[in-house]
Design a protein. Structure first.
Length: 155
């Protein structure tokens, strides 16, 4: 019994040593849940609809941030059968009601490929949501094209 207690103590110390010797660059990231999602997957698939002067287009997708993170990742994958140029914007939304645009570009990936953006946290601000906006009134050429998006919070 004394031997197994010493072995357990040794293992606990060794395991802690191994965990603390992990590379400093290794990030721990977790997917963020989409607002209005089904609770099963953090990946949202959408088709860009036209702008609607009498209602809201489906261009915006928000993701909940439930704890502070050191950085955030936005993921986009083209999911249509032909190539298209996607107007993409990304925002950090803060608990004080303000927001910061962190992505603003037209992106033309090959079918089935995509992109990742890594965004550092803003010192002194608490993020409450991440927002992806795919599509724009000024660029209707992407209407009808499908894509997949997701986000992560990382420490």
């Amino acid at each position: 019994m004394a031997f197994s207690t010493r072995l357990l103590s040794f293992c606990a110390g060794s395991c802690a040593l191994l965990a603390s010797s992990a590379p400093a660059w290794a990030q721990r990231c977790q997917f963020l849940s989409p607002v209005g999602g089904n609770g099963v997957t953090p990946v949202v698939t959408k088709t860009i609809g036209p702008g609607n002067p009498f209602g809201r287009p489906n261009w915006n997708t928000d993701f909940f941030v439930t704890q502070p993170y050191g950085s955030y990742k936005f993921f986009f994958t083209a999911d249509s059968s032909v190539s298209a140029t996607y107007p993409i914007q990304g925002y950090l939304k803060f608990t004080d009601g303000s927001n910061l645009q962190v992505i603003n570009e037209s992106y033309a990936p090959q079918v089935g490929t995509g992109r990742q953006w890594s965004i550092p946290a803003v010192p002194g601000k608490t993020v409450s949501q991440l927002n992806f906006k795919i599509g724009a009134s000024a660029d209707q050429a992407a209407t009808g094209f499908t894509y997949r998006i997701s986000t992560q919070g990382c420490n």
